[in-house]
Every structure is written in C-alpha cells, then in structure tokens.
Design a binder for this molecule. Structure first.
Ligand code: 5FX
Length: 532
C-alpha cells in the first residue's frame, strides 16, 4: 500500500492556451495540479489564446520556444510548491492535435546532452528550423488538401486509408505548405514531430516516436497497417519518411527520462516516459471510455467520441487509432450547431428559460408524434449543410412548429443525428454500452433523458475538466502496467467513476427505431437538394 501512495505519475497537456500538469498517486488520486497560461505567463511571445493569427486570417501558428519555456516555468512552479519529483515513476502527456514541430539538423545531439545547470529554453534556442509551428486552427492549406486527395484518387480513398479526408489543419497539408514556401527550412529539418511527440522528446532527451493515435490526425498514416502511406508521403514532401521515423503504439514505454530532469529536478533515473498522444485521444483515456461507449460533449460545439472495433471511415468524421487499446479505434465527430442553437430555440420558444425548455420536453411525447427538425443555424461540419428544415410525420416539409414541438424536435434531431452518424462510422451499441455526457447542457436531466432514449442506453455524467491531462496521468500508469500485459481498464479500474444520470424510458427504442431511419433519409434528401 505504501508503495501505491508513495508513487507519482505525471500527465502533461500541451494544449492551445496553456500547459497543464496533473500528478496522481498509485491509487489514482490527484495529488497535484498546476498550469502555465501562455498569454499571461509568457507575455513576451505576444500570443492571443496561445496563437498568432497571421494577417491573411487563415495562417495560425504558435512559437515553439514558448512551449519549451512554459515547461521550464511549470517545473519551477512545481518545485516551489514542494512537489516531490523523486517519487515520479512515469510521465506521459498530450498535445493539441495536428500541430507540427521542425527540429533543425543537430538538434538530436543537443537533446541528448542537456546541461542541467541551464533552462531548456536557453539550451534549445537554436534547435528549430521553423520557429512558428503551424497549429490546428490553421486553415491555409486548401490547395495542398486538393493535391493530396488527387494523389490518392479522391476524398473517400484518402479517408479509407488514413481515417479522414484531407483537412487543412492535418499535418501532411501543413508539411506540404512548409516544403513549398520554406524549402530551405524544410531541408534543414532533421525530424518532424507532432506537438505531442515534441513534448515527449523533451522528457526523453531524444527524438520520441509519433504514437499511432495522434499519428492518425496527419493524413499520412494507414490506420489499419499503422505505417506511413508511401503515396501520401510522396504527395506531401520529399524524404519525409526519414524526417518522421516510424510511429509506435500509444502505450509504448519510450525509454527512461533524460538525465537532465534527474539532475535538475531530482526525478528518479528509472522514471519512464510513456508515448505522448493527441489531446482528444488523451481525453478518451481521461473519460475511461470502454468498448461500446459513446461520449457526448454538449458545449458551444458538440463533440462525439466513440470507441469502435470495426471502423468504416467516412468523409464526415475522423477515425483515429485507439490510444489505450491498439486493436481498437476511436472516432471523433464535431458539430458546430450545439449550445448556440439550443440557446436560440430556448430564447424563441421558452422565453429564455431553461426551466420552461425542460417543461416543454417533459410535456411532449417521446418521438414528437413523428415530427422531425434539423437545425443548422451555421454551416454544419457533419454534414456540410446549412438551414432549418422541419418535417411532419409523413416527411412533408412544414414551415413552423409550435414552441413545444420545436423544442423537442431540436433536441431529438441533434441526438438522432449523432446516433445516425456514429453508426455510419461503424459504431454499434452493445450490451453494457454507456453514454457519457459532459459539457454545459449535461446538467439538464430532461435533455439527458432524450439522449438516453435515442441511444437506448443509460447516460452517465462525468467531470471532464482537464480530461486530457488526467487521461495522460492514467496512461503513464498503464504504460508500466501494459508491459506486464494489463489492459488500460484493469490498470485504472480504481479511478473515480461516472455518475448515473438517467436510464432509457421503457418503450423508447420502438419509437426511435423508425425515426432513426427517417432522420438518415431526410438528411440525405437535404444534402441532395442543397449540394451544388
Ligand atoms: C481535433 O481534430 C482538433 O483539431 C482539436 O480538437 C485540437 O486537437 C485541439 F487541440
């Protein structure tokens, strides 16, 4: 027992606006948390929200040395707070997905012999061929996306192989842009890391492999063979395979910590570095999603995370390798019309009151007498469409619903869409499936009841503040346990669980079965009518 509470595991999250750390003990209890805010703690880099939005409005970068300096500051803060580094058994972490770091020739040597008397920021000043790393908010590579899709035979072909069609923020397209516009910098580059593997490299004192899960967000990796695709590499830039090196499983112990941290912070020599991954995969670990589970985050935008066994990649949505189980996959679906649309309908149909909104949900029948509404106030991501569409029970267009019908149509429509899209990607509800709800709207039980009814599964709520960071502390624990053959679920079994919020209403399944089919048909119809 003493051993359990005496050991610490660290999870770092290099996210867009801040660097965070969570320490847990061997009983999986959080013992320490800290963070560094890029804008306010590192004002010399002049970022807003952790990024620089360039004059063209579409190029978005972050200074790579800001991330390095943030780590110096965070570790100093932990020292000042009396954190006992000597007990740390393993570290892992996550980074914002898709962003890329360009290490200059010779940087590996520098990483391998860091002087513990100096800060990382000073030591790594000259280690980057590109100072401003492209990040996920960048949308300047439309042309490179087209080229990549063309090279593999189209959007669906690229999706079939890499799990996603070409996206502007995805790393292949960012690398292609750097190669095209900054060829000298590209040629000076010895290694290209993702934000996650860059951060792991700092701890390892050597280049860290890209992990399968974050590597799936690059438009470069065949998610089934887990190797770089030659066609994608060739279409992106020359000599790319050697600059990326081979990806590795997300649960890999990459090696022992760099002596730099042993000497400077008193961390143990045998402390292990477990592969870092993307922030969304990190969150899946933090939520402890299991096979058959679905997590629905109801925020400004709605996001759905799925645990999938047999994925069917579609041009809408992303399939990534699963960060905690290398035989499984995870899917991510993003929706733009989330809370803002719910708030608009609340304002228009419930006098701005969530209570009235809930009353309307409670007093209207499951299935809304066959009325279906599809509300894309802004151009939706999944699917790519805009406009408000209302249908009666015979699929006839109607121009308006009563306020009560409108409220239920919105909430049912949003959840029917999520189930239809999830199933298109290969998701199946199984015995024991849980729906994990998070985000602002997850505190409304009447909304959760509709969610539970549409998925015919119990809904649990979880607190996911810092889920990526916590998930990576769990992954640090699992990295060591996996070497002894233990699964992630077994390794983190004792962690605090989710709270049961609602169970499906008896009979709901019968009502929503036909509605799911109709929703899928109506969405197709809208897309056919509106596509140019
Ligand atoms: C996912 O594909 C994204 O681009 C974002 O969620 C970033 O990972 C945010 F960091």
């Amino acid at each position: 027992m003493a051993e359990l509470t005496d050991s610490y595991y660290l999870g770092f999250d290099f996210s867009t606006q801040q660097l965070k750390v969570i320490a847990i003990d061997g009983k999986l209890q959080v013992t320490h948390q800290s963070n560094v805010q890029f804008d306010s703690d590192l004002p010399e880099f002049r970022t807003q929200g952790g990024v620089h939005i360039h004059e063209d409005r579409v190029t978005v970068t972050s200074p790579v040395l800001m991330w390095v300096k943030a780590l110096d500051i965070l570790l100093e803060k932990m020292t000042s707070a009396g954190f006992d580094f000597s007990r740390v058994k393993a570290v892992s972490g996550s980074g914002q997905q898709h962003g890329s770091v360009y290490w200059k020739k010779g940087a590996r040597k520098t990483l391998q012999c860091l002087d513990p008397g100096r800060c990382l920021h000073g030591l790594l000043q000259d280690c980057f061929a590109v100072q401003d790393s492209p990040v996920w908010m960048d949308s300047s590579t439309a042309e490179h996306c087209k080229n990549l899709e063309c090279a593999v035979g189209g959007a669906q072909q690229l999706t079939d192989m890499t799990g996603s069609r070409a996206y502007e923020r995805f790393t292949a397209n960012q690398i292609a842009k750097i190669y095209q516009l900054q060829q000298d910098r590209y040629n000076e580059t010895e290694r290209i890391s993702l934000v996650s593997s860059f951060a792991a490299s700092l701890f390892l004192g050597d280049y860290a492999a890209i992990d399968y899960s974050d590597g799936s967000g690059m438009n470069l990796m065949d998610i089934f063979s887990k190797q770089w695709s030659d066609t994608c590499l060739r279409a992106t830039a020359p000599q790319l395979a050697e600059k990326l090196a081979n990806p590795k499983s997300s649960t890999t112990v990459l090696g022992s910590l760099s002596p730099y941290f042993v000497k400077r912070y008193g961390m143990p020599e045998d402390c292990k570095v477990v592969a870092f991954t993307g922030d969304n995969p990190g969150s899946l670990a933090g939520m402890r999603l299991r096979e058959g589970d679905i997590a629905v985050s109801l925020g400004t935008s709605d996001t759905v995370f799925l645990w999938i066994k047999e994925p069917r990649p579609m041009v809408e949505g992303h399939i990534f390798c699963n960060p905690v189980d290398c035989l499984s996959y995870m899917a991510l679906i993003c929706y733009k019309n989330g809370s803002l649309t719910r708030e608009r309908i609340r304002n228009e149909c419930a006098r701005g009151s969530w209570e009235d909104f809930s009353t309307a949900l409670r007093s209207s029948p499951t299935g809304n007498n066959g009325n279906i509404g599809i509300y894309f106030d802004a151009v939706e991501i999944t699917p790519s469409a805009v406009g408000i569409y209302r249908f009666d029970q015979h699929d006839r267009n109607v121009s308006a619903f009563t306020p009560e019908v409108e409220i239920r149509a919105l909430v049912e429509g949003q959840f029917l869409a999520k189930r239809v899209h999830a199933e298109k990607l290969g998701y199946r509800i199984i015995q024991g499936t849980r729906v994990l709800a998070t985000g602002g709207a997850s505190c409304n039980k009447d909304i959760l009841q509709v969610l539970s009814d549409v998925f015919n599964a119990p809904v649990f709520t979880i607190d996911v503040a810092n889920s990526a960071c916590l998930g990576c502390a769990y992954r640090a624990v699992h990295g060591l346990a996996a070497e002894m053959g233990m699964s992630f679920a077994e390794a983190v079994n004792e962690a605090p669980g989710a709270q049961l919020a609602v169970r499906p209403t008896p009979g709901a399944e019968k009502v929503y079965g036909p509605l799911l089919k109709r929703y899928a048909y109506l969405e197709e119809k809208i897309l056919k009518q509106t596509s140019p």
